[in-house]
Design a protein around this ligand. Structure first.
Ligand SMILES: *Cc1c(COP(=O)(O)O)cnc(C)c1O
Length: 354
């Protein structure tokens, strides 16, 4: 049976990317060595790392004056690295859910933290608008896509202070105006590669400004000056990232990824809105194109487990919601084929007919 993987992360990758990684593990480019066995200082790895970093610049049209880093660790590591590297006195955070709150918590270790707005009042089911940003904040931190609650900032906001974004779960799913940001970061395991790797796009002129002593491994400036080779990066995930970035480029780049993501999201939200058995937890423009959250509509709550099993029997994997949010979540990253969401919509239709 064909399976569609709706995991939220680590998540689905294009099959060809998985195959290429598997082949490189067994024998990289006919060298008789596994890619895992190559030195991170070898010319072969250097080529892979350089191409991956330059493809990130190309795909996102990164302007001059920015460094691209591929580092070990996850997005959570940057929850601490961001304030370590940018917070002098005060930082502003937009609280749109679990990940934003975790980022904010780390920042309190480094200085004053202002919550500019929060959507906690409605269980993070929307993105706050029209909030004030303190002009004296060292930066404003936003989470572009809220993986757990299924909300997304579909445009790059204007900020009077340097803008920092956690783009873990929607990077490479749409064009980004990188020039609006001082720093973009995320974990690789949602839309770039397997876990163990993180990405950073950082404005060089924003680095080295805090006057604070920073442990080398947590200092973006150290990593930038070392060309992302200060220490050993997770080499195999860098290879997977390169193959995935090549795939995105071949498919038509991030604009094409966005077009497909909108179509996929449209199929699912339309069915959820139409089908009386289901209800979306997010309304309107804040709906994520990456993580589509829904619950059983009122009166049908007791069918949740039955629907979960029904979907699993049809090869629709991992549609259960986050343990905090409950209900269902269909994560549809770049690799999700259109047939995957059609199969899920069909499954919801058939379930309601039973
Ligand atoms: C998954 C996720 C994280 C956490 O990533 P780790 O790599 O596990 O630290 C942080 N932010 C967002 C938006 C995420 O989706």
């Amino acid at each position: 049976m064909k399976k569609y993987n709706f995991n939220a992360g680590p998540s689905m990758l294009p099959h060809g990317v998985v195959e290429a990684t598997a082949a490189a593990v067994l024998d990289y480019n006919g060298m008789g060595l596994s890619f895992m066995e190559l030195s991170h200082r070898s010319p072969e790895f250097k080529l892979v790392l350089d191409e991956a970093r330059s493809l990130i610049k190309e795909l996102l049209d990164v302007p001059g004056g920015y460094e691209v880093l591929l580092l070990g660790g996850g997005a959570s590591m940057h929850f601490c690295m961001v304030p370590y590297n940018f917070l002098v006195r005060k930082a502003a955070y937009l609280n749109t859910g679990v990940w934003a709150s975790k980022a904010m918590k780390e920042a309190t270790l480094f200085g004053e933290v202002v919550e500019v707005a929060s959507s906690a009042d409605k269980n993070f089911s929307y993105i706050p608008k029209n909030f004030d940003i303190p002009a004296d904040a060292d930066y404003l931190h936003v989470t572009s896509n809220n993986t757990v609650y299924g909300t997304q900032l579909h445009a790059d906001i204007d900020s009077p202070v340097p803008l920092v974004a956690d783009m873990s779960s929607d990077i490479f799913s749409r064009p980004v105006d990188v020039s609006k940001y001082a720093c973009i970061y995320g974990g690789a395991q949602k839309n770039l590669a397997q876990s163990g790797l993180s990405f950073v796009i950082v404005k060089e002129s924003a680095l080295g400004m805090t006057g604070r002593a920073i442990p080398s491994i947590l200092d973006y400036k150290v990593h930038a000056e070392a060309g992302s080779l200060f220490n050993t990066p997770p080499t195999l995930p860098v290879y997977t990232a390169l193959r995935n970035l090549r795939w995105i480029k071949e498919q038509g780049g991030v604009a094409e990824m966005e077009r497909r993501a909108r179509l996929r999201a449209d199929v699912l939200y339309s069915e959820i809105d139409r089908n009386p058995m289901f209800r979306a937890t997010v309304e309107g423009d804040d709906r994520s194109f990456m993580n589509i959250d829904f619950v059983m509509a009122s009166g049908y709550e007791e069918l949740e487990q039955t629907f979960a099993e029904y979907a699993a029997e049809r090869g629709l994997v991992a549609i259960k919601g986050h343990r905090i949010a409950g209900g269902f979540r269909a994560s549809c990253y770049n690799a999700m084929p259109h047939e995957g969401v059609e199969a899920l919509a069909e499954c919801m239709k058939d379930f309601s007919k039973r």
